[in-house]
Design a protein around this ligand. Structure first.
Ligand SMILES: Cc1cc2nc3c(=O)[nH]c(=O)nc-3n(C[C@H](O)[C@H](O)[C@H](O)COP(=O)(O)OP(=O)(O)OC[C@H]3O[C@@H](n4cnc5c(N)ncnc54)[C@H](O)[C@@H]3O)c2cc1C
Length: 538
């Protein structure tokens, strides 16, 4: 990797940064820098590979951000923006290139507006899901915020990385209007916010001309300093249902039924899977059921026939197929929608339909299990308790490919991953992975999550990184591409989006060179490198 700057330039730049934010908000000591790394780094125990920043600065105003960007350009110092910096599993609080200066926006934490009637908030990057949730509760505003499982992240950081929340699913879809500091320090508002009176900024996101919000997500084209984030109504009830069966072939009709319901907006988040096949998995801290025959079938070259899995499921009384979904809205509508779902699944002989007790919205935290809080819009950190069962304190990183919302694709995706692990001879990983369900946070796609644990063993970590690459490549060959990936793998994953000789990456590089000629913004984010770094990194 080529050095972007000299030691003298860094020193001068840091002095200038300090004059902008105040010395207390410039962090350059080793202990401080250590907090701006990926706490779940795949390179634990390999210090030469760690993506360590050079320093961090924490501005509090948009003007400060603009000044920092101008100084960074003068000295060619790369900056990496984070909002709350909790991107554990996908890069944490660290950069995508060593030697970058972290631009920590957590002090910009004002909730600028909550419009109750129109159900949106205008927030700064440092506002967390907890902040927004407590603001709504404290002001008795009947709106829900689409928090991901851990509530310490931010609507802006989570959405910009295409994160998913329990209430709305696709959180980037909730973004309506961005304010962005461009790599030259200029301030831009997108969509309707680009008019002189940005009255409709959070109401109509397209404005006029090309809709460009997307280019600021999973990218290095700008620093988002404000965003409109749509909220959902806390009216009526939320109710989930689950359908189980002891036949593998039912999964196909069950996923089709989910799609039918989803396309009519009768359900929101949904998922499906095969509990018997996943019974021994420990992904994300789940507890293995230790059924020996499950391991035997998964380790067999052919992966077991439908008949064998069905017989095993019946014998140990673990369902073979499962479908589940959430509904939300006025009680009378949900009662009717539930009946429609019940009738639909009744067509699948032997399938059991179970509806959970409806939760009145906004949900009372005292009445909801920690595990389910995120699904009803209550931010929490309970998931980290589950992770204490992982058997390592070094965390994990996620492989997260998408497939079509049907059983054939989900079976094929799981089988492809299983075969790559078998081929690599990594039996502990096969035990850990097992067989993963498909999660329908996006309306017409299923996502599976595979966590790669990081151990106190550098050689094992290296082998696992290689396995990650092999699986991601095998999946991409079928079109099952990653929706998001840890900082360490972003260039490789972008490489897999290779249609027409990498036309997408070439277009993004053209854009990068035009708007950030000095390459100062997050070099390497999403595999987009500035010209000066390209030959060595792509
Ligand atoms: C146990 C566990 C459960 C998880 N569950 C979920 C889940 O349910 N859903 C989910 O989506 N994720 C989940 N995650 C992943 C992650 O923790 C969350 O997505 C988290 O919200 C991301 O951190 P953040 O919001 O602080 O974003 P940040 O870390 O601040 O930002 C993420 C990335 O976006 C970019 N970015 C951030 N702010 C800006 C800005 N202002 N301008 C330009 N670019 C910016 C940067 O590239 C940054 O690296 C989970 C992780 C763990 C360990």
């Amino acid at each position: 990797m080529k050095a972007l700057y000299s030691d003298a330039d860094l020193k001068n730049a840091l002095q200038h940064f300090a004059s902008v934010v105040g010395g207390d908000w410039l962090f350059s000591g080793p202990d401080d820098i250590a907090t701006y790394t990926d706490a779940y780094s795949p390179f634990a125990l390999e210090p030469d590979l760690q993506l360590l920043p050079a320093a961090a600065i924490a501005p509090i105003t948009v003007e400060q951000v603009q000044q920092i960007v101008r100084i960074a350009n003068r000295y060619k110092i790369p900056l990496y923006p984070i909002s709350t910096g909790r991107n554990l599993g996908y890069g944490g609080a660290g950069p995508t290139m060593r030697g970058t200066v972290m631009l920590d926006l957590k002090r910009m934490n004002r909730i600028l507006e909550v419009n109750e009637k129109e159900a949106y908030a205008l927030v700064e990057p440092g506002v967390s899901f907890f902040d927004l949730y407590h603001h709504l509760r404290d002001h008795k505003i009947p709106l829900l915020v689409s928090t991901p499982e851990p509530g310490w992240g931010s609507p802006i950081g989570n959405a910009l990385d295409h994160g998913i929340g329990g209430i709305a699913g696709d959180n980037f879809a909730q973004i309506h209007g961005l304010e962005v500091v461009l790599p030259n320090g200029e301030l831009l508002r997108t969509g309707s916010g680009a008019s002189r009176n940005s009255y409709l900024w959070q109401n109509y996101r397209y404005g006029f001309g090309p809709h460009i919000d997307g280019i600021f997500s999973q990218s290095n084209f700008g620093i988002v300093t404000k965003a409109g984030f749509w909220l959902q109504r806390a009216i009526g009830v939320q109710q989930s249902f689950m359908v189980t069966s002891f036949k593998s072939e039912d999964l196909s009709r069950m996923t089709d039924a989910l799609q039918l319901l989803r396309s009519q907006d009768l359900i929101r988040q949904f998922g499906c899977g095969s509990p018997i096949r996943g019974a021994n998995s420990t992904v994300d801290g789940h507890i293995s059921q230790h059924i020996p025959e499950v391991s035997t079938l998964l380790k067999r070259q052919d992966g077991g026939s439908f008949e064998e899995w069905d017989a095993l499921g019946k014998r140990v009384n673990v369902p073979v197929s499962i479908a589940f979904a959430d509904m939300r809205g006025p009680k009378t509508i949900i009662d009717a929608a539930l009946q429609i779902a019940r009738d639909l699944f009744a067509g699948i002989e032997g399938a059991q339909f179970n509806a959970a007790v409806p939760v009145t919205l906004p949900a009372d935290p005292a009445e909801i299990n920690d595990e389910n809080k995120g699904n009803v819009g209550i931010p929490q950190l309970w998931g980290f308790n589950r992770l204490t069962l992982q058997g390592t304190s070094r965390g994990h990183y996620y492989l997260s490919p998408l497939c079509k919302p049907n059983a054939a694709d989900l079976f094929a995706l799981n089988d492809t991953i299983r075969r790559v692990i078998l081929d690599a001879g990594d039996m502990p990983m096969l035990e850990h992975y097992g067989w993963q369900p498909g999660l329908g946070a996006y309306p017409k796609a299923l996502m599976i999550l595979m966590d790669f644990l990081v151990y106190d063993d550098a050689k094992l970590n290296q082998r696992r990184r290689e396995l990650f690459r092999r699986i991601a490549t095998a999946c991409a060959a079928h079109g099952w591409t990653e929706y998001r990936t840890p900082a360490a793998f972003q260039s490789e994953v972008m490489d897999l989006y290779s249609f027409n000789n990498h036309a997408l990456r070439r277009f993004l590089e053209t854009l990068k060179d035009a708007i950030d000629p000095n390459g100062i913004l997050a070099p390497g984010k999403a595999g987009i490198w500035p010209k000066s770094q390209r030959s060595t990194n792509t």
